[in-house]
Design a protein around this ligand. Structure first.
Ligand code: NDP
Length: 338
């Protein structure tokens, strides 16, 4: 006998993205798959929206921090309606909207996830907004506060400022009282950054960008930098940092190698800190503190997850290509029910 509780028996099969070999986005295929049953401790969610991260594209390419095992269904963050509870799950209601941060499997009509991976969200958020929340906002919080130790009144530099993490970082930084310098590749993207409250915006390829960043921060450089581009831009981040500046390495969107000469750090007493959300989620006190702060800011409407372009499941290849080719702003969303 099983304790499985379900809202209604769904269809036996569903549509899901499958990856059988690693490579560019077009290795993703839309296939029929059985609707999964939740194992003990898991819940099944009818997926309303999947948040697509740069990391998803890197995982499909086999270039992520951890090895991608195939075959698999990508999709690490999503939101939807709880549809069935596995044995032993308590405190979760069938029929409520949840967000979840799991390892993979969300690019499908239904997904199962350990109940511990659910992230409560205000029911006022749409499915797409809820799916845009976990990765970007937890990462931004840890970059600004947990590891970055940003204080109200300090300047922070946000790269790729109109992207999913960038928009989350600007909103959170402003809500926490920091001053924001935003870098992005186009005027349209800088306009988005300004709309979200960025105090100073500079084109990423402006020939005077290093001087402009210094000038904006009172001539001294920036005390806190959220570094997501890597490659030669990492060296620039060192040049843009203030004495004793903290550079939080969060990503490598350029996919280029960077050279770090430790002596560079000594000269101005700089600190370079790596941030990987996956490992921080295992840090229970840090996660609880971030969740508490974010629940308050999202619940009060001070930060609103930024939904970007939205695609159907059969447009997944296009969604990934648009993200990789810098054509998107906000969080790229796939809606399996479309
Ligand atoms: P975004 O929505 O920010 O999209 C990526 C953006 O990166 C682009 O829009 C582009 O903005 C910028 N970019 C700069 N150089 C390049 C390049 N050569 N090719 C492609 N894009 C480039 O994506 P995410 O919010 O998902 O991720 C942003 C970064 O943060 C990524 O590096 C990602 O890996 C990292 N990340 C890391 C996490 C962690 O745990 N460490 C968690 C979440 C994100 P523009 O055109 O303005 O330059």
């Amino acid at each position: 006998m099983t304790d499985l509780q379900t809202a209604a028996t769904p269809q036996a099969s569903m549509r899901a993205i499958r990856v059988e070999r690693l490579g560019p986005p077009d290795v993703m295929q839309l296939q029929d798959a059985p609707v999964p049953s939740p194992a003990p401790g898991e819940v099944r969610v009818r997926v309303e929206a999947v948040g697509i991260n740069f990391a998803d594209a890197l995982a499909v390419a086999g270039e992520y921090l951890t090895r991608t095992r195939v075959p698999y269904t990508p999709g690490m963050e999503f939101a939807g309606i709880v549809d069935a509870l596995g044995e032993g799950v308590q405190g979760v209601q069938v029929g409520t909207r949840v967000a979840a941060l799991g390892g993979s499997g969300a690019m499908a009509e239904y997904a199962t996830v350990p109940a511990a991976a659910l992230i409560p969200v205000p029911q006022s958020l749409s499915g797409a907004q809820a799916a845009a929340f976990p990765v970007s906002y937890f990462t931004a919080y840890h970059g600004l506060k947990t590891l970055g130790r940003g204080e109200a009144g300090e300047w922070v530099l946000v790269q790729a400022a109109a992207g999913a993490l960038g928009t989350a970082s600007i909103q959170l930084a402003k809500a926490l009282g920091l001053n924001v310098i935003a870098l992005a590749s186009t005027d349209e993207k800088l306009e988005i950054a300004r709309t979200l409250g960025a105090d100073v915006t500079i084109l990423q390829d402006d020939p005077d960008r290093v001087k402009k960043v210094h000038d904006a921060a009172g001539g001294k450089g920036v005390p806190l930098i959220l570094e997501v581009v890597g490659g030669k831009r990492f060296q620039e981040s060192l040049d843009m940092a203030a004495s004793r500046g903290r550079i939080i390495v969060i990503g490598n969107a350029s996919r280029e190698q960077a050279n770090l000469r430790p002596v560079e750090l000594m000269k101005r007493n700089l600190t370079v800190t790596g941030l990987w959300l996956t490992s921080l989620m295992n840090d229970a006190p840090a996660t609880a503190e971030a969740a508490r702060a974010l629940a308050e800011l999202v619940g009060s409407g001070q930060v609103i997850p930024q939904v970007g372009p939205t695609y159907a499941l059969d447009q997944s290849v296009q969604a990934f290509e648009d993200l990789l080719n810098r054509r998107t702003t906000g969080k790229v969303i796939i809606e399996p029910g479309r």
